[in-house]
Design a protein around this ligand. Structure first.
Ligand SMILES: C[S@@+](CC[C@H](N)C(=O)[O-])C[C@H]1O[C@@H](n2cnc3c(N)ncnc32)[C@H](O)[C@@H]1O
Length: 253
């Protein structure tokens, strides 16, 4: 089996039909993805590395040379292209699969990126996008984040990503491109955490949604969040575990 693909921050040369999960990700053990999925901000490679280890013909693309050198350190022979998603350095009709995982929300010109992906995919090619890892709104980490968003809004500040804002926005754009979308679950696992770790990760500003929040609002609302969490849950160090799901949107242009 020959697979070739690029991931933005991959493309695959093989027609992948309904069994996309089995044919491509079926070769990657769920445990590979779950281990990798637990690395916060792991940079590129958590999907690319297992794919390469399972023999996929994969080209990684990323804007950031720093991210690419992290991947290169893990797989010295990996083929990488430093590129902006909105302007891909590939001829048209080249790949069978394009993959973007946790990327579109960072790409300002994400609509242009979708058009580029459509251009470099062969007719009948598949575009796999994923952003959803965790969708239980009643889970402690979601409740924390939702409360924090409300407080930030209450101060008139914006909780906004640099690129794609929502699933609805993506679906509307895909409709305008006459593309179809179906979803598949690739992996499901449970991950342990504590409220303190969750709050610390929000405080680290690793999430792009928080990059444009003014410092004073950021700090005030974090204090409010800590107080709210202590009131709601008591001990911030008690551990809980939450379900995570890796869901792919299978898009055909
Ligand atoms: C959250 S990481 C995800 C990396 C990988 N797909 C994964 O799931 O582990 C997002 C990556 O997108 C890259 N990125 C951000 N804007 C980009 C753009 N306009 N074009 C290409 N890559 C971009 C960042 O450098 C970063 O490495």
């Amino acid at each position: 089996m020959h697979l070739a693909g690029f991931e933005l921050s991959g493309l695959i040369n093989r027609r992948i039909d309904a069994g996309v999960g089995d044919e491509f990700f079926g070769r990657v053990k769920a445990s590979d993805i779950t281990d990798l999925g637990q690395q916060r901000g792991a940079g590129t490679g958590r999907i690319g590395v297992p794919l390469l280890q399972h023999g996929a013909d994969w080209i990684g693309c990323d804007l950031s040379s720093e991210m690419m050198s992290k991947l290169r350190a893990k797989v010295p022979t990996a083929r990488l292209a430093q590129t902006n998603a909105a302007q891909l350095p590939f001829v048209s009709d080249r790949f069978d699969v394009a993959i973007t995982i946790h990327v579109l929300h960072l790409v300002g010109p994400w609509r242009a990126a979708l058009r580029e992906i459509k251009r470099v995919l062969k007719p009948g090619g598949v575009y796999l996008n994923s952003g959803i890892w965790h969708d239980d709104e009643t889970a402690p980490s979601r409740r924390l984040r939702n409360y924090w968003r409300e407080r930030i809004k209450a101060y008139g500040a914006n909780w906004q990503r640099p690129g794609l804002q929502s699933q609805e926005e993506l679906i509307a754009e895909l409709r305008s491109l006459n593309a179809t979308l179906e979803t598949i679950e690739v992996a499901r696992w449970r991950t342990p955490s504590t409220l303190r770790e969750e709050i610390d990760s929000l405080a680290s500003r690793q999430f792009s949604e928080s990059w444009n929040i003014p410092d004073d609002v950021f700090n005030m609302t974090l204090d409010e969040l800590r107080a709210w969490a202590a009131h709601e849950y008591g001990d911030l160090d008690q551990s809980f575990d939450e379900e995570r799901r890796l869901i792919f949107e299978v898009i055909r242009f």
